[in-house]
Unconditional design. Structure first.
Lengths: 577, 431
């Protein structure tokens, strides 16, 4: 049963209504403008007869006294086959369809079904009548792109239910009944669509596991030095222009994962357009299919209404949880969680809550923690493992990490890829600061080896700093060579050119091979006494390694580059002491 | 029938509050008194209390002044008659040529659906090497000029405007000095561009609320032209004044500030303006360049900081030149792969060497001995500054690239430049 109310206050995207009847916290409501347009909203606070709502649209034109219709349902998503490849706004409206129906602008008050009702799916039943099952157990499957998309018993089922009937193999639309379940004389009809409230974690599984497998991003600095694992969480804070979005974009292209959910949260529309327009044409080397066939885009960019931005991250993570439930390894990339936090702050301000640091609400930290906690690797009821990995960018004011969103995020994630202004300024991309960042996960190269190489970076930096004071002439040749080695490691291993076709993605075997070669140089004891000649030698090596990085794997070009490196290393200059 | 209210309850800052019913959020109102009249916008309705933001300010407004509501939000006339015209920041004629009332369109409507946007893909040549070679400007881009007061940012803006070959130039001035307004007007006239230009001018002596309207009206008009397939260039100066006007209003409305007095929604407010930059499938586009003066040369100040998080890079004006380090055109890779094979390599190579040159200068300043390599870098830096960075350089892209190769060859061996060997083989000037 729904309730009704009347608007008493309009202030920005917050509207207060006086309500008759019962109201549920976080229920969906519709504010009706005098021209009949209904604006979707969500109840966010209830005080006696007054219900405060955040409106997911521009509130222009709303008046005191306008009617409000309050539903029973919490803000929910439609889940089922056909989500992959879609571009949704924060409320799961498909944006291309919206454009076709409404035009160029996002006129308020238009809501479309998330799943295509006309599309046929090839359904194969996996259970027979009489089978007893519980929530989220498989009833059958359809093929969605290359994936087996399991059609599951409703997530909301309580206890054990018996399959009364199941549809035979054949083509069905998503809203067509495919099974009937019964329990104690009650029956439920099941089709391929499930609904789930975005603010409640969706996780129906045997147990949650510890992440154990590296999620390969093909970025050397990540996979080798600051790795991420399937089911893990990580954050990428950095000042503007440091390369957060580019790093997310290259990860969305190259990561070895089944499904990527790109959540453009309060950032530039242009960046989504890039993904949107290019992914249908880019190949996923793992499957030979296009990238869009493994991607879902949730797009609530900075000029779209702010309340929908707040909910968009929940939309994204719920979709991620759903496909984990289906059995896939999913990666959610949220850019930027700070915009989401700002949306929280805006609403909190309108609600006149007591502000915390930088006017963020007191519950900011727990909201961030709850969000990342929704990631994880699990063992499903049928024993398969599936994961949801979550990576979020953070955009700290003034690029200063000592601020509430960055700090709240660092407490809960498993890896911290901190981008530094100094590195992006020097065009050392990806601008992950190798001395600030950390990861609790294991990568593609043994930890001791990595730690040993990492030592050069630390020593190199302190030698460099000392050189700033005492000058090159006051630096010993040994120290100078260590400094050159650290620069070499930085140049040819940490830095990676994402605009070069080959260098953009460095697979595991290639990383391991390169790491060996780089290690040989780092280990090498050079017999040089002249700094200018030492510098010259490292120039040569760096250039030769770059050529190697730009050469296709196991091509002649690569062999040539490798021979050149060997020649340099065995030259007189480089001879052992 | 229009209803008149004659009792204003509260007046504070630029906000007047009165009792009224049937009023829509963001509706436009008219306030009239012995001091004259002004438009006002509803910025909050709470029961029958309506808060109005008075465009002309509340100076002289009396509690007995007459208020009426128009039944619609802010609108502005749109047609080709706009060309050559000058309006105030609030949209009133400023050139004694009469008001336009035809074809009224809503100001500040909903955002463009991202799904219909195109990726910016056309270079805008400016003949400024620091832009064309190193940070290419792209049609449909939104790009601010970060500058401390006193730098020649208005000249840069004017130079780009005249070079850019846009169909329509829309100029929005916020908190301008009168001289600056005349400077732009003269430059557009001299350059023969006034007949495709429209100016919205809010000067420092105009009411502060009108400053808030200026970008909205300018961008709404721009959007209409872009929908009609026109390539529109919008120039806004100075967005810091706009942000300060926002701050003023939010403090009046007793909002809790988030950072140095600025409201928590500063990011969203700026973004909803900057995001008007667009390329439509049918060919129309809006390119947006805006000046953001940085109080105290501090990029971490909330205005440049939030701006940087919104725009697609920034031109950083410092010491009379576009600084190669702070500056960035994030869309450059959309176009600089298609210009000439050596474009990207020159872009990276020259800047990396120049960065090393600056390090060396620091070392030198501290009295360290200069190695041969250091001396090379120093000489290179001088040539680069004189021939490429200087504002007086006025050459096309290909000439600029050639110039860069010449400078490199003058000072370095190919290997020392960090540029890929196959490109050096092809482009290194033969002695
Ligand atoms: N890996 C990279 N390789 C080459 N260039 C890069 C790389 N990463 C970033 N850049 C350069 O830096 C620019 C800014 O990067 P990006 O848009 O990712 O920044 P950001 O951190 O997301 O900034 P914002 O917070 O403003 O969104 C890019 O347009 C590009 O020019
Ligand atoms: Mg970004």
């Amino acid at each position: 049963m729904s309730s009704t109310g009347r608007i008493v206050t309009v202030y920005g995207n917050m509207v207060t209504a006086e309500v008759e009847g019962t109201v549920r916290q976080n229920a969906v409501a519709y504010c009706q403008r005098s021209d009949g347009v209904r604006l979707m909203s969500e109840i966010i606070r209830i005080r006696g007869k007054l219900a405060d709502m955040q409106v997911f649209e521009l509130t222009r034109g709303l008046k005191v006294g306008d009617p409000v219709e309050i539903t029973e349902e919490l803000l929910s998503l439609e889940l089922g086959p056909g989500l992959i490849g879609m571009v949704y706004d924060g409320l799961q409206n498909p944006l291309p369809e919206m454009a076709a129906q409404v035009g160029k602008f996002l006129e308020p008050g238009h809501y479309l079904k998330a799943l295509d009702r006309k599309r046929d799916w090839d359904f194969t039943p996996l259970v027979a009548p009489g089978t007893v099952l519980t929530a989220a157990e498989n009833l059958g499957k359809v093929k969605e792109n290359i994936f087996d998309h399991f059609i599951m018993a409703p997530f909301t089922l309580n206890g054990e239910w018996k399959v009364k009937s199941i549809a035979p193999a054949g083509k069905y639309k998503v809203d067509k009944e495919i099974a009937v379940l019964e329990k104690d004389g009650q029956t439920v009809s099941v089709n391929m669509i499930q609904r789930w409230p975005v603010r409640i974690p969706l996780g129906i599984y045997r147990e949650r596991l510890l992440p154990t497998q590296t999620m390969v991003t093909k970025q050397r600095i990540i996979d080798t030095f600051f790795p991420i694992m399937l089911g893990g969480t990580y954050c990428i804070p950095g000042p503007f222009g440091a390369g957060k979005t580019v790093l997310q974009q290259i990860t969305s292209r190259h990561a070895e994962i089944d499904l990527v959910i790109v959540a453009a949260c309060g950032e530039r529309a242009g960046e989504v357009v890039e993904t949107l327009r290019e992914f249908p044409h880019l190949k996923d080397p793992r499957t030979g299919k296009t990238l869009i066939e493994r991607t879902i885009i949730i797009c609530n960019t900075s000029s779209m209404p702010v309340a929908a931005r707040e909910s968009s991250v929940y939309t994204a993570i719920t979709l991620g949880e759903y496909y984990r439930q289906v059995g896939l390894n999913v990666l959610l990339l949220a850019d930027s969680t700070s915009r989401w936090a700002q949306a929280l702050r805006e609403m909190s301000g309108r609600l006149e809550e007591i502000p915390g640091e930088e006017a963020f609400p007191a519950y900011l930290e727990s909201s961030i923690a709850r969000f990342y906690e929704r990631g994880g690797i699990v063992e499903l009821k049928d024993g398969r493992k599936a994961s949801l990995t979550v990576g979020g960018t953070v955009s700290p004011a003034g690029g200063n990490f000592e601020e509430p969103v960055t700090q709240g995020t660092l407490k809960v994630v498993g890896a911290f890829l901190g981008l530094s202004y100094a590195r992006s300024y020097a065009r050392r991309f990806p601008a992950i600061d190798p001395l600030e960042s950390w990861s609790k996960y294991a990568g593609v190269i043994a930890h001791e080896k990595v730690a040993w190489a990492h030592g050069f970076l630390k020593r190199g930096k302190s030698i460099y700093e000392m050189m700033q004071v005492v000058g090159e002439e006051g630096t010993s040749i040994d120290d100078f060579v260590i400094y050159l080695k650290s620069e070499f490691l930085d140049n040819v291993y940490l830095q990676q050119n994402s605009f070069d076709e080959v260098d953009a993605a460095c697979p595991v075997d290639r990383q391991q091979h390169l790491f060996e070669m780089v290690t040989n140089v780092l280990k090498h004891k050079f017999e040089i006494t002249d700094k200018a000649r030492a510098r010259d030698l490292f120039f040569t090596l760096t250039e030769q390694f770059r050529d190697w990085n730009y050469s296709p794997w196991q091509s002649d070009q690569m062999k040539t580059a490798e021979n050149a490196i060997k020649a340099t290393m065995s030259s007189k200059e480089a001879a052992h002491a | 029938m229009r209803k008149f209210y004659t009792k204003i309850d509260n007046i504070a800052g630029n906000v007047a509050t009165l009792k009224a019913t049937g009023v829509g959020y963001e509706e436009l109102a008219l306030v009239e008194g012995s001091w004259g009249k002004s438009l006002a916008q509803v910025i909050r309705v709470n029961g029958d209390n309506v808060s109005l933001q008075v465009f002309a300010g509340t100076r002289g407004v009396s509690t007995g002044d007459r208020v009426s509501f128009t039944g619609h939000s802010m609108r502005f006339s749109f047609s080709d008659d706009l060309f050559g015209r000058v309006f105030s920041g609030g949209g009133e004629a400023r050139d004694n040529r009469g008001e336009l009332t035809d074809n009224l369109i809503e100001v500040g409507g909903p955002a463009v659906n991202p799904a219909i946007r195109l990726m910016p893909h056309r270079m805008i040549p400016t003949n400024i090497p620091m832009i064309d070679v190193f940070n290419t400007l792209v049609e449909g881009q939104k790009l601010p000029i970060f500058s401390i007061p006193g730098e020649p940012y208005n000249e840069l803006l004017a130079r780009i405007a005249l070079q850019a070959e846009a169909d329509v130039i829309i100029f929005g001035g916020m908190g301008l000095k009168y001289d600056e307004y005349l400077f732009f007007k003269n430059r557009l006239e001299e350059g023969g561009a006034m007949n495709r230009s429209i100016m919205f001018i809010h000067t420092a002596s105009d009411p502060v609320v009108e400053c808030l309207q200026t970008p909205d009206i300018a961008l709404t008009v721009a959007e209409q032209f872009a929908i009609k397939g026109k390539r529109v260039l919008v120039l806004l100066t100075d967005m810091t004044n706009f942000a300060n006007a926002l701050k003023e209003i939010s403090i009046t409305m007793e909002q809790i500030p988030s950072n140095r007095g600025y409201p928590g929604d500063l990011y969203s407010q700026l973004a909803s303006r900057y995001e008007k930059a667009v390329v439509f499938e049918e060919g129309g586009s809006i390119t947006l360049m805006a000046v953001t003066t940085m109080p105290g040369d501090d990029v971490t100040h909330p205005v440049p900081d939030n701006t940087g998080y919104i725009t697609e890079g920034q031109f950083y004006l410092k010491g009379g030149v576009i600084d190669p380090f702070g500056s960035l055109s994030r869309l450059k890779q959309q176009v600089n792969g298609k210009t000439r094979d050596d474009h990207r390599a020159i872009m990276d190579g020259c800047i990396q060497l120049y960065a090393k040159c600056r390090e060396t200068r620091e070392k030198r300043a501290m009295g360290f001995e200069m190695s041969d390599w250091d001396n090379k870098l120093l000489k290179y830096g001088e040539s680069f500054e004189k021939q490429i960075m200087s504002f007086s350089a006025n050459i096309g892209l290909f000439d600029a690239l050639q110039q860069c190769w010449n400078i490199l060859a003058e000072h370095f061996e190919p290997r020392e430049t960090g540029i890929r060997s196959n490109l050096c083989d092809q482009f290194w000037p033969k002695k």
